[in-house]
Design a protein around this ligand. Structure first.
Ligand SMILES: [Zn+2]
Length: 497
């Protein structure tokens, strides 16, 4: 306890500050935002990597800020923390051999890269050349259960859109029971460059693990050599793969797999805070922003090793803290949620986990607003909407923005970023999920950041960090929340019946 004298001095200080006349323009100021960015992007937070001390520090910081602002835990168990089980896999070593009749052949292990589901994957199986892995109706080729399937990486000529993507094709083969799926790169893909793609996203949700025991990449030449070992024509095989009825060829080779993978399973956390509304049946207003970044991102011995992520996304979280504080002083009809998501940088993983395990009925979310990379634009920037045209909310948002004296960017250029932010995880489940603000209206300014400090050690906080636009956007988010959280200003939620 403090002694009485200091308590007295302290209460005088409180009185003095409550007599200060708040300036209207300073509802949320640049300085308010600076306080949190400075802390979240400090070296003490070690770049906020999920599964590290810095990550834990970050989630506690957010929970404390929202708790102090009058919020309750919004996770299903009533706490502020929703566990997000993650797994990080990195290749260690591998040996693959093939048996043809009674001979064992090796193609060489340098142009094939493999990752196991478990730390040690060791088995033998039939070997299939699967063409593109699917047929023209989008279904997996037949007879892949328990087998190793080599598929082509490029675009199948007989199918378009999402179904053509190599991820969807691999998923189809996983569902059909393939034991190993190896993607053969196209002829013009440089092996040394593209083999890194296998480890570019080493973290995934534990819940997304499929039955595939080995995932891999192989060079075009490896594919060629493989068919040679099988005494078959690579050219002919490539030709038949072009046909949408192609159903795979058994290469009559037994493949012997021995793959060692370093695996770390761990929990990270989405921080979920709730401001209970007076009419919770009316649904909710959602704010999301990712708290995570890349942690120690440079090798030992380098001078600056920490990717502090000041703009990406300490800036967004600081806006969400300040907006929450202001809303916490008022009462609303709908529940208001603030969610700090984890593992966005690994592919929106925390957000995907949240929509698969939602703390609310996601059909009753009136609007979800994601805040990411908000410290870009100066004061006076136009307001852009990522997701423009995907909901019927654009006119409402524009009216509110204009009411604050903001100009509107009416093009849909910002939609180029729609899949690169957490809102996409919600939008893909039918939630009206948008990003609104200035940092995506001046795309030249944004590209300047994306081609310099972005995802590097220089995304640091400094006194020069531009927060003029962020402070204006924070106020805009206040007004949006007030509008969408009350039934007299916004009654309708599409599809809520
Ligand atoms: Zn990022």
């Amino acid at each position: 306890m403090r002694n009485n004298f200091y308590t007295f001095i302290y209460s005088l200080f409180l009185m003095a500050s409550s007599f200060a006349i708040p300036s209207k323009a300073q509802e949320i100021s640049e300085d308010d935002l600076r306080t949190h960015i400075k802390i979240l992007a400090s070296d003490e937070f070690e770049g906020r990597e999920p599964g590290t001390k810095g990550g834990i520090k970050t989630v506690h910081y957010l929970a404390k800020q929202w708790f102090d602002a009058g919020y309750v835990g919004g996770a299903k168990d009533g706490s502020f923390y929703q566990s997000v089980p993650l797994v990080k896999r990195l290749p260690q070593s591998h040996i693959v051999t093939y048996n043809k009749n009674n001979f064992t052949r090796e193609i060489g292990n340098s142009e094939i890269a493999l990752i196991g589901k478990d730390a040690a994957e060791k088995f033998s199986s039939s070997t299939i050349f699967g063409g593109y892995g699917i047929k023209d109706d989008g279904s997996a080729i037949d007879n892949v259960r328990g087998k190793a399937v080599f598929i082509l990486g490029g675009n199948p000529p007989f199918i378009e859109g999402e179904a053509a993507s190599v991820n969807v094709r691999s998923d189809k083969l996983a569902q059909a029971g393939a034991a190993a799926v190896i993607i053969i790169l196209s002829e013009d893909s440089d092996w040394r460059r593209f083999s890194r793609f296998l480890t570019a996203r080493p973290v995934s949700l534990q819940s997304s693990d499929s039955g595939i025991r080995i995932n891999g990449l192989a060079s075009f030449d490896y594919g060629k050599s493989l068919t040679k070992v099988a005494n078959m024509s690579w050219k002919k095989m490539l030709k038949s793969a072009e046909n949408g009825k192609f159903n795979g060829i058994d290469l009559a080779l037994i493949s012997n797999w021995n793959v060692q993978t370093s695996i770390r399973k761990y929990d990270s956390y989405n921080v979920i805070a709730k401001l209970p509304g007076s009419k919770p049946d009316a649904g909710s207003v959602f704010f999301t922003g990712h708290w995570d970044h890349f942690g120690y991102c440079r090798p030992k011995g380098e001078k600056d090793r920490i990717c502090n992520g000041a703009i990406d996304n300490a800036s967004g979280m600081s806006v969400l803290i300040e907006v929450a504080k202001h809303l916490g002083k008022k009462k609303f009809d709908r529940d208001i949620y603030f969610v700090g998501t984890t593992a966005e940088e690994d592919g929106l993983l925390g957000a995907y986990h949240m929509v698969d395990n939602p703390p609310v009925n996601i059909k009753k979310i009136a609007i979800a607003l994601n805040v990411d990379t908000i410290a870009i634009a100066p004061k006076g920037a136009k307001v852009a909407i990522i997701g423009r045209g995907t909901t019927d909310l654009d006119p409402i948002i524009e009216k509110i923005a204009k009411g604050l004296g903001r100009d509107i960017e009416s093009s849909t250029d910002a939609n180029a970023f729609i899949r690169r932010q957490d809102g996409w995880a919600l939008a893909s489940k039918g939630v009206p999920a948008l990003m609104v603000g200035g940092s995506f209206s001046d795309l030249d300014l944004l590209s300047k950041f994306l081609s310099s400090d972005y995802h590097g050690v220089s995304d640091d906080y400094s006194e020069d960090t531009e927060l003029g636009g962020a402070a204006e956007d924070a106020v805009l988010h206040l007004r949006l929340a007030e509008h969408f959280a009350n039934l007299n200003t916004y009654s309708g939620i599409k599809g809520s019946e």
